[in-house]
Design a protein around this ligand. Sequence first.
Ligand SMILES: NC(=O)c1ccc[n+]([C@@H]2O[C@H](COP(=O)([O-])OP(=O)(O)OC[C@H]3O[C@@H](n4cnc5c(N)ncnc54)[C@H](O)[C@@H]3O)[C@@H](O)[C@H]2O)c1
Ligand SMILES: [Zn+2]
Length: 393
Amino acid sequence: MDGDTGMTTRSISQTVTVTWDFPVTFTHGLFAPVNRVLVDTLCRLNEPRRHKALVFIDGHVASKRAELSAEVSAYFAAHAEKIELAMEPQVVPGGEAVKNNFTLVECFMRLMLERHMDRQSFIIIVGGGAVMDAVGLAAALVHRGLRQVRVPTTVLGQNDAGVGVKNGVNFLGGKNAVGTFAPPFAVLNDFEFLLTLPQRDWLCGVAEAWKVAIIRDRQFFDWLSDNAVKFPARDAAAMEQLVYRCAEEHLEHIRTNGDPFEYGRARPLDFGHWSAHKLELMSKFSVSHGEAVAFGVLLDSCYAREQGWISREDYATIERGLRASGFPLWHEEALMRDSAGHLEIFAGIRDFREHLGGELCVTFPRGIGARFEMHEIDLPMMELCLKELRETR
Ligand SMILES: NC(=O)c1ccc[n+]([C@@H]2O[C@H](COP(=O)([O-])OP(=O)(O)OC[C@H]3O[C@@H](n4cnc5c(N)ncnc54)[C@H](O)[C@@H]3O)[C@@H](O)[C@H]2O)c1
Ligand SMILES: [Zn+2]
């Protein structure tokens, strides 16, 4: 009995298991009418209805491919018996700008509701990670979740952001401060989109490939080391293989690590990111995410070598490989100090700890292809690593 209220405390235990399955398909010429990938994907559940879709296109993609909207419309016209467009494709601002203005999310939601998109309708998002994050959030909120088909158009989008299960926008100055976990209905990777990327965006996802290879896959690591010079040279075949392998690694991680919605503290895919995020901020984003990740991965690898967790040879291979992949490996901002004389970059450790909910949990490699979590960082040793990176820049 509960005190003198006369009420008995009772609880019903509840466990709900939800299974998600979504294909990640690699193709070329996604919107060519003869390519059946898109129509077959939208119809993959064999539902007796004509499927309605609303297409959003990244502004920078649209400006590189002026005919894209017309191609999308022609595709739907060619398969009109099965699929229809709710309205002509909508071009939206590309890049981080789309995540920095919440009224845009509102505007996307309004369009979806005005066009009567229901829970079986499709939102098709053609764009970089930022556009997928912002439109994906709107799609996840309308009717508590519309079906979302992602068509990532950047390397990072195809091998990392686009194959994941989350979205988000920046809010009150916080990066990804507002967002949801919402697995897509499907991801369609068309390599041809990548060909119009500026060099920095072309290379951005390469840093993530090194990140994932170092902590998960020795074979992939060796392949990256052997092929590193091909990425800045824009070797399409090598890049296509990198994107596929890296997407595979991400998908396997999400499928098998037991924590797709990140309830726990361990974030292996954030290897090298505590300093990367801080460096991006400190440089006022003049250092790109890919460049910052290349730096962060090298810094934490240097620390792992000093701790004896990876060999000197492996560290040398990482350094050579990142350099050959076209990344500058030193940024002067990394040694900036605050008014009290502390290295500002170390505030990245504090931020990371706060993000995780109080206890620090940083992933380091243990040998190549394996990893473990550390709960503290030896700052004097990390400072020595920073200085080494500066000397060997
Ligand atoms: N949701 C997740 O799981 C997840 C994971 C990693 C990163 N992200 C987010 O993704 C964003 C970064 O994504 P990104 O690297 O794709 O950058 P991005 O979306 O900012 O795209 C980079 C630039 O390239 C342009 N662009 C896109 N495709 C193009 C093409 N084919 N040709 C020419 N220009 C093109 C974009 O408009 C933009 O200006 C960040 O906001 C990050 O927070 C999300
Ligand atoms: Zn990253």
